[in-house]
Design a protein around this ligand. Structure first.
Ligand SMILES: [Zn+2]
Length: 294
């Protein structure tokens, strides 16, 4: 059961967003700034995303008529213009995902600089401000929320306080949170990356993905919101994507779902509020004034 379920367009039972974070090889450059450029195994593992997986993913989306959201570090926007052009050509959305996938909390001293440098790339290359933001490694602090408010973002997608979209309010304004969680992220089942301290036993495609589909079943039954947070270089690999593609086909054929870009979901929520049909649960920030032990 979900309290306060959202009425979805055309009576759909569940909203679905398969969101891709196209991090490419930014991860190795940011974690090993001195020699990441010369570590060819992680460079190639990342480059597989924009060069091999993105065309494959976009091809599926085009065939099935889906428009989805992608989050791309600005350095990757500059580095992989063909992938970015293809994403935009397909009618998909590109959100802010840092400059070089720097952790916004670890880089607090330069947080604004990196955030705005990335924003400049969006303006220059994509020609507008992104509607949404997802923090690298989900690391958001209140200063990040303040930056989002200051720059007129409509939503964040990094936090975990609900099953369905909700609103976050500060003294400066309000935005939507499109909530994530680790059960719908492909990092735990599929990533194996010793250079950044991530050594997980890689699951079989069917095993790793089965966990996602169980998350979907629960959301579908409750009339909720199902979002995957996945990476082209992980879930866009041949065997995994083959199974995702089959799931998409079957879901579209047998279920009443609304696949949408996150910005479209924000539009829909705005419309519901305007008409007085529904209003979101509101989380007010800050949660705490300081360390809880004083
Ligand atoms: Zn990322």
């Amino acid at each position: 059961m979900i309290q306060n379920p959202i009425p979805w367009p055309n009576g759909a039972k569940c909203a679905c967003a398969i969101t891709f974070d196209m991090d490419a090889d930014s991860l190795i450059h940011v974690s090993r700034p001195k020699d990441g450029h010369d570590r060819l195994y992680p460079v190639t593992m990342g480059k597989y995303g924009p060069t091999v997986a993105i065309p494959r993913i976009l091809d599926t989306y085009k065939r099935l008529g889906l428009k989805q959201s992608f989050f791309v570090p600005a350095w990757c926007i500059e580095q992989y213009p063909e992938a970015v052009e293809a994403i935009l050509k397909g009618g998909h959305e590109i959100g802010h995902h840092g400059y070089l996938h720097e952790d916004p909390i670890e880089t607090t001293a330069d947080q604004r600089m990196w955030f705005e440098r990335a924003l400049d790339v969006h303006q220059k290359v994509i020609g507008g401000k992104p509607a949404g933001y997802r923090a690298p490694v989900y690391n958001v602090n209140e200063a990040v929320i303040d930056l989002l408010m200051e720059h007129g973002f409509r939503y964040d997608s990094s936090l975990m306080a609900d099953d369905i979209p909700y609103a976050m309010k500060t003294q400066d304004g309000e935005l939507y949170e499109m909530p994530v969680h680790w059960g719908t992220d492909d990092w735990p089942p599929f990533a194996h990356y010793s250079e950044i301290g991530y050594m997980m036993p890689v699951k079989a495609p069917s095993d790793g993905l089965q966990a996602f589909w169980e998350e979907f079943d629960a959301q579908y039954e409750a009339g909720g919101f199902f979002m995957l947070i996945v990476h082209p270089f992980l879930t866009g690999r041949l065997a995994r994507w083959r199974l995702v593609e089959k799931w998409l086909e079957e879901t579209l054929n047998t279920k009443n779902v609304w696949f949408a870009r996150l910005e479209e979901i924000a539009d829909h929520l705005d419309g519901l509020r305007k008409s007085g049909t529904w209003s979101p649960r509101v989380d007010s920030l800050p949660y705490y004034d300081g360390p809880v032990l004083g």
